[in-house]
Ligand binder design. Sequence first.
Ligand code: HEC
Length: 97
Amino acid sequence: MIGEAAKAQGAIVEEVEIDTSAEGYAIYQENGCINCHGENLAGGAAAPSLVANELSPEEIADIAVNGKAPGMPAGLFKGTDEELEKLSTFISEMSKK
Ligand code: HEC
């Protein structure tokens, strides 16, 4: 259980059911977003939660490519345009729950 593990680490801020079988989640892992934003997108010491905002897919895609100063560097996303769209749509959908 992802939720239990995160709770044990004291990292979880809010409970969101993340669809880890989604294609968007695989892209999230492949591009290293998971390293800072965590396995349940809830953030942690290195980065804020991705499920506690109302960002549009366009805004998320822009941040994935261009970063967000001062904390997040540009150029993290290395995939195709199609993957970028899937990733940002996925994150956006998770944050609406
Ligand atoms: C090196 C750690 C790191 C990695 C890797 C990383 N981020 Fe971030 N991200 C941050 C930090 C830190 C912030 C907060 C930026 C600030 O406001 O200073 C942030 C902010 C964001 C935000 C804005 C959140 C908000 O509430 O405004 C989004 C969206 C985001 N990241 C998406 C992604 C995506 C998508 C990826 C993978 C392509 C990713 N991040 C990879 C550290 C990271």
